[in-house]
Design a protein. Structure first.
Length: 670
């Protein structure tokens, strides 16, 4: 009997076929297909649902102890060169397949409510299916070259979805920014892949690791070159998973519809980078320096994202910088040589971050009924407040997400984040200290988001505040799109059911990674799980876990005092005393300005200089050549008379000239 793993290649195929059929329908019969919203949604949900069923079956087989399966075919060959393609199923891939299909399905269901009145409903669902298919194809890829193909497809889909509302200037710019920043990382990734193939003759993960080790031992590849290639490959995950300094695209990607923000931040694009680093563990473990670089980059990203989130007033951007910070934690784990801890945090984070983003979409959807569809107003927490009474499901699930990400036991975030901090403490104590401080900042800014949004009194009807916010943003309220304000209300069932479903794993799934008996580690690496349980000590666990919970509790308490009880005026205590720090965080560490000055303006200046060289030098040479040809042609045409006597005269004159020339120069000596 055929196992589910044998047909795992169908997992990305079904949503791909759905996207292709719907896309061709949009191209050929645009008006008709756009009217078929529900049939299209059911069709694409079914195609992704079939992939989800196969993914769950694959995961159950891996849990039952089935061996990994790799099936390859020769895609191209020339002489001794053979390029295989195919698919691989192992515990790591099985977990990711189940995670991506689950989140994508819930996002699709949610999108049915969120995008119900959008003219691009069918196009959005088509993009979602294509995006999901690309990520699923990346997961089952057995080598770096095949991963690169799907890697670029994921990037293309993110460009389409971030810029979905392309008529908005902000969305168009955000899509371009995401595309360009990711091209920087992908260029490094491509160079690294080609370089590793040159050094090892393989694209296979194990083949590269073994081949590079042999090449170094034989002296055919110097160690510095191997380190360079490893770091070049890491540039791809740096961009995809928004690591410093290539993180700048992710917060701006909030210009896309909220459901795609949830999918990007939870299970697709940003997860691809962490997943690739986990796949390359056999390669990276050979080079402690590469691990150190990854850990440092992850720690900087972790702290930077959390610090900027402290001052954000846009609900979605606050969550976006939270994602940047949590991705930093995952990379810190990878750099500490603990890929299981990093992947476990990726899984737990996927559920509660998807829930938080979908909650923010529910809030924005309700706010649009009050303040209109202007994103600056609908997403600004200064116009929110008091939503808990009107939106009980959204507020409750958002609160669960805040507790989970803050690392309060027994919710999911505690187990995964605490495991990362424990690994960092034993590997890089200084980086642990920064991660520990970031945990307190995370708890503070998440509960700041909660209290500003759901507690207190509602501020959305304050017209003066609306005008003030639009003035600060150098924009005017579009009176044409204004409408009579509707009362706040809870979102419809297609939007609330996914929130309830996601709340369950946000609370419980962390228990699978309890360090004294980690079922998650047992699935991914049974030998390491046994080693973890054997070296587990309550004497080590309780102090670190207690300290982690204590600093998170301190962060929550500070948020309660400042934003719930109003007992603490942070503006007087912090902002007025150290305005430079507040400005630094509000300006996002001036990284956008630095990029604008150095790279954007610098590249424009370079382009202008190249244009001048092209116009004055290259075009000048071409034009001079043309003029010389034209002039010589004009002059020589008078010698073409057609008279034999004239040609004989010219020949005679030429001979006389040569005789005179040789006579002047003299005969060369013997």
């Amino acid at each position: 009997m055929q196992s589910a793993a044998d047909i795992a290649w169908l997992i990305p195929v079904f949503p791909l076929l759905g996207a292709v059929i719907t896309g061709l329908g949009l191209i050929s019969f645009n008006r008709t297909v756009n009217r078929l919203k529900k049939p299209v949604a059911i069709f694409l949900l079914t195609s992704l649902g079939i992939s989800a069923v196969i993914s769950y079956a694959v995961l159950l087989e891996q849990i039952a102890g089935n061996p990994p399966i790799e099936k390859l075919f020769v895609w191209a060959s020339a002489g001794s060169f053979i390029l295989p393609m195919g698919f691989i199923i192992d515990p790591l891939g099985a977990v990711m397949l189940a995670l991506v299909t689950t989140i994508a399905l819930l996002v699709m269901v949610y999108s049915h409510g969120y995008m119900a009145h959008d003219k691009g409903y069918v196009r959005f669902f088509t993009y979602l299916a294509l995006f999901s298919s690309s990520m699923l194809g990346l997961i089952i890829s057995p080598n770096l070259l095949e991963i690169y193909v799907f890697w670029e497809l994921v990037g293309m889909c993110s460009y389409l979805l971030v810029g979905f509302w392309y008529n908005r200037e902000g969305a168009a710019h955000a899509a371009q920014k995401a595309f360009i920043v990711n091209r920087v990382g992908d260029f490094g990734l491509l160079l690294g892949i080609l370089g590793l193939f040159w050094a090892t003759g393989s694209f296979d993960f194990q083949g590269i690791a073994i081949g590079l080790e042999d090449s170094i031992s034989q002296g055919s590849v110097p160690e510095w070159a191997a380190l360079t290639l490893c770091l070049l490959v890491f540039m791809g995950p740096m961009a995809k998973s928004a690591q410093f300094p290539l993180h700048v695209w992710l917060p701006d990607a909030m210009e896309g519809p909220t459901p795609i923000s949830a999918l990007i931040h939870a299970a697709t694009m940003v997860a691809a980078g962490v997943f690739l680093v986990a796949r390359l563990e056999p390669l990276y473990t050979q080079f402690p320096f590469v691990g150190l670089v990854i850990a440092i980059v992850g720690t900087i990203t972790c702290f930077l994202g959390a610090s900027i989130a402290l001052t954000q007033m846009d609900l979605k951007k606050g969550l976006a910088y939270s994602t940047v910070s949590q991705l930093g934690y995952m990379m810190l784990a990878m750099g500490c040589g603990a890929p299981i801890a990093g992947m476990f945090h990726l899984v737990t984070h996927a559920f509660f971050k998807a829930m938080l983003f979908l909650c923010s979409g529910s809030v924005i959807h309700a706010m649009e009924d009050v303040v209109g569809h202007e994103p600056i107003l609908a997403q600004d927490m200064r116009l929110m407040g008091g939503l808990r009474k009107k939106m009980p499901i959204t507020s409750t699930t958002f609160l669960i997400g805040c507790i989970a990400i803050s690392g309060i036991p027994p919710l999911a975030g505690f187990w995964s984040k605490d495991e990362i901090l424990g690994e960092a403490f034993s590997t890089f104590p200084l980086l642990w200290g920064i991660g520990f401080l970031t945990a307190g900042m995370t708890a503070f800014y998440m509960f700041r988001l909660y209290f500003l949004t759901f507690e207190g009194s509602f501020r959305g009807e304050d017209k003066n505040l609306q005008k003030q916010l639009m003035t600060v943003a150098n924009q005017e309220i579009d009176e044409e799109h204004q409408h009579e304000a509707k009362p706040l209300h809870e979102s419809a069932w297609p939007m609330t059911i996914p929130l309830i479903v996601l709340a369950i794993p946000s609370v419980l799934i962390g228990l699978l990674g309890a360090p004294w008996n980690s079922q998650f580690a047992s699935l991914l690496n049974p030998e390491e799980a046994i080693a973890m349980s054997e070296k587990f000590s309550w004497g080590e666990f309780l102090p670190l876990a207690g300290a982690s919970v204590a600093i998170s509790t301190a962060g929550i308490s500070l948020a309660v005092l400042a934003y719930a009880l109003k007992k603490l005026d942070l503006k007087t205590l912090v902002v007025d005393r150290v305005p430079q720090i507040n400005t630094l965080l509000v300006k996002k560490w001036y990284l956008d300005e630095i990029n604008e000055k150095i790279f954007v303006q610098g590249s424009r200046k370079l382009a202008k200089q190249v244009l001048e060289v092209d116009a004055k030098v290259v075009d000048g040479v071409v034009n001079l050549t043309g003029l010389l040809t034209l002039g010589s042609g004009e002059g020589l045409k008078y010698f073409e008379t057609g008279r034999a006597q004239f040609y004989a005269l010219i020949v005679f004159g030429g001979v006389i000239g040569l005789v005179v020339l040789f006579g002047v120069l003299g005969t060369p000596p013997n």
